[in-house]
Design a protein. Structure first.
Length: 151
């Protein structure tokens, strides 16, 4: 007989400290639908979060910071990931090739949208890197000219 310990829950302040964001950020992410905790909380009750909630928040913050996403883009990326997770569950439960073909067909535009967001950010970062490289070349050229003059 195995008894499973109840999953530990964390209050919003503890989560904010652990993840490195403000409690307002967490509440706002709930309002946007990025974290599902708000819908299961009764009015006036404390916000409680599981390890899965914390992992999701950490992933959202990582994506936001890594890709420099707007909140709208972050919502779109998260929605696409949730839809893909639902399709993975359907895949596991599907029995026929026609069902699986439908699942694959539904997954393709979701991944395309996510890839589009990532590539857009890559392009912007590449443009910025090119600008900085040009500035650095210009500064080094100016430095060399000044060193020649001072000799």
């Amino acid at each position: 007989m195995s008894t499973q310990a109840p999953e530990r829950s964390y209050r919003i302040g503890d989560v904010a400290d652990r993840v490195g964001v403000t409690t307002r950020t967490i509440r706002y992410y709930e309002e946007l639908g990025l974290l599902g905790t708000a819908s299961v909380r009764t009015k006036g009750a404390h916000r409680l979060y599981t390890e899965a909630d914390i992992a999701r928040l950490e992933e959202l913050i990582r994506l936001r910071d890594l890709l420099g996403l707007t909140l709208e883009e972050l919502v779109a990326l998260a929605e696409a990931e949730e839809a893909r997770a639902a399709l993975r569950n359907q895949w596991a439960e599907s029995a026929t090739d026609s069902e699986r073909a439908r699942i694959v067909e539904a997954a393709i535009p979701l991944v395309e949208r996510q890839l589009e967001l990532v590539r857009s950010r890559q392009e912007r970062l590449s443009e910025f890197a090119d600008e900085l490289s040009e500035k650095l070349r210009s500064l080094r050229k100016r430095q060399a000219e000044l060193e020649r003059k001072s000799r």
